[in-house]
Design a binder for this molecule. Structure first.
Ligand SMILES: *Cc1c(COP(=O)(O)O)cnc(C)c1O
Length: 357
C-alpha cells in the first residue's frame, strides 16, 4: 500500500503524540483520524465576561464526541494484546465510539446501555457499526458493573474509562489546547459525568508542564439531578436531560476531585434548564451545535458570571464534548411546538414568509 501524499493530514492522536502516551511503544494505531479538533474563539462569551473564551469543539471528532480520543488508544492496545471482542457500558457516546473503532479493527463490539435511555443518534451509531447492543434494566452504573463482570469472566476487553489507556488518549486534548494557544489557559471549564475526561485533561496539562507557564484551574459542572461529586454522595437514580452526564457514581471520582483541588478549581451543579438554554444560545450565537451535556461548561460559565465570579482578563477554554446531531429530539423539544411554514412555489409568498417585505 502506498502512503497518500497527504502531508498536511492530521494523523490521529496516537501518531501525533505517541512519545507522550503511556502505551506499549510498538502498539499499531487503530485510528479514524481523531483529535486535531477546532479551538474556536467565542466572541459572545468573551464579551460577556470581558475574557478571552475559546471553545474546544470535540463534536468534530470522527464519531461526534471526545470519546474517540480514548477509544483509539484503548482499542489499539486491546487488539495489540490479542483481543477479539470488546465491551463497554455507555450513556451512548462511548458505545458509538467503541463500535466504530471495533469495526475498524475487525473485532466484536458488545455494548451495555440503560434501557430506553440512549439518544437515538448514538444508538444508531452503535447498531450501524455492528455492535451487539444489550439494553439493561438499570442505570449506567449497573451497566458498568456488568461490563466489568463480563471482562473478568469472559475473553473480552473492557474499554470504559476505568481502562487507563482511555485517559492516555483523552489527555491529548490538553496538548492540543496548549499547542494552539501557546500556553495553558487560566481556567478550563467542562461537563463531568463519569469523570474520566476531567481527570485526563488534568493529566495532560500536568504532563505538558514544560510547554506552559501555568496550570489552569479546572472548573467542572454536573447536572442538578446527577451531581454526586458536587454533593459528595452517590445518586442512586440520577436524572437529567443531559443524558451523557446522567451518572450517579463516577468511576474516576477521586481523580476528578484531586484535579479540581490541586488546580484551585472546583465543582458546581446546574439545572437542566440552564444547560438546555446554554445549548440553544450557543447554537444561535456561535454556530456551534452541541448535545445537551456538552453545553454544561458554557452554562456553568454563564452561571458563574451571573453569580458575580469574574473571568475578566483571563484566557478561558470550554470543552464542548459532543455534537448536537446526537440528540435532536431533546434539542427540538426545547423549542416547544414548531409550526411549519408552508407556502406555494411563489416568490412573493416566500418573501412574505421570510419577513423580507
Ligand atoms: C462522556 C461524555 C461526557 C462526560 O465525560 P466523563 O468523562 O464521563 O466525565 C460529557 N459529554 C459528552 C458528550 C460525553 O459523551
Amino acid at each position: 500500500m502506498t502512503e497518500a501524499s497527504g502531508r498536511h493530514q492530521w494523523r490521529g492522536v496516537i501518531e501525533e503524540y505517541r512519545e507522550l502516551l503511556a502505551i506499549p511503544v510498538d502498539t499499531p494505531a487503530i485510528t479514524l483520524g481523531e483529535g486535531g479538533t477546532p479551538l474556536v474563539r467565542s466572541g459572545w462569551l468573551s464579551e460577556a465576561g470581558d475574557a478571552e473564551v475559546w471553545l474546544k469543539v470535540e463534536g468534530a471528532n470522527p464519531t461526534g464526541s471526545f470519546k474517540d480520543r480514548g477509544m483509539t488508544t484503548a482499542i489499539s492496545v486491546a487488539v495489540h494484546e490479542g483481543a477479539k471482542a470488546c465491551v463497554c457500558a455507555s450513556t451512548g457516546n462511548t458505545s458509538a465510539s467503541m463500535a466504530a473503532y471495533a469495526a475498524r479493527a475487525g473485532i466484536t463490539p458488545i455494548v451495555l446501555v440503560p434501557e430506553g435511555k440512549i439518544a437515538a443518534g448514538k444508538m444508531a451509531q452503535a447498531l450501524v457499526h455492528g455492535a451487539q447492543v444489550i439494553q439493561v434494566r438499570g442505570n449506567f452504573d449497573d451497566c458498568l458493573n456488568l461490563s466489568r463482570g463480563l471482562a473478568e469472566h469472559y475473553p473480552v476487553a473492557l474499554v470504559n474509562s476505568v481502562n487507563p489507556n482511555r485517559l492516555e488518549g483523552q489527555k491529548t486534548a490538553s496538548f492540543e489546547v496548549v499547542d494552539r494557544l501557546g500556553d495553558a489557559p487560566d481556567v478550563h471549564l467542562m461537563p463531568v459525568g463519569n469523570a474520566g475526561n476531567i481527570s485526563a485533561y488534568w493529566l495532560g496539562y500536568t504532563q505538558y508542564r514544560d510547554h506552559t507557564t501555568k496550570l489552569p484551574r479546572m472548573r467542572a459542572f454536573q447536572a442538578e439531578g446527577a451531581a454526586p461529586i458536587v454533593y459528595d454522595r452517590v445518586f442512586p437514580a440520577p436524572e437529567t436531560r443531559a443524558s451523557a452526564i446522567r451518572i450517579g457514581n463516577p468511576a474516576s471520582w477521586k481523580l476528578a476531585t484531586a484535579a479540581a483541588e490541586e488546580s484551585g478549581g472546583g465543582f458546581a451543579a446546574l439545572s437542566d434548564d440552564a444547560i438546555l438554554h446554554a445549548q440553544a444560545e450557543l447554537a444561535r450565537n456561535e454556530g456551534v451545535f452541541v448535545e445537551p451535556a456538552s453545553a454544561a461548561g458554557v452554562a456553568g460559565y454563564l452561571a458563574d458570571l451571573a453569580a458575580g465570579t469574574s473571568y475578566a482578563g483571563q484566557t478561558v477554554v470550554i470543552t464542548v464534548t459532543g455534537h448536537g446531531l446526537k440528540d435532536t429530539v431533546t434539542a427540538l423539544e426545547w423549542f416547544g411546538e414548531v409550526t411549519p411554514v408552508v407556502v406555494d412555489a411563489d416568490l412573493d409568498a416566500a418573501a412574505r414568509a421570510a419577513d423580507l417585505v
